[in-house]
Design a protein around this ligand. Sequence first.
Ligand SMILES: [Zn+2]
Length: 44
Amino acid sequence: MSYRCAKCGKEIENIEDGMVRCQSCGHRILYKKRDPIAKTIKVD
Ligand SMILES: [Zn+2]
């Protein structure tokens, strides 16, 4: 799971529990980054 800092936009990986903090600017709000997987649903 990777995250993105809400302030500076830096991508962060491998966050330890209880240590949610941007490694670049120190901001403590990070967004979870979802994998851009497009699911294909077949409808016949
Ligand atoms: Zn940041």
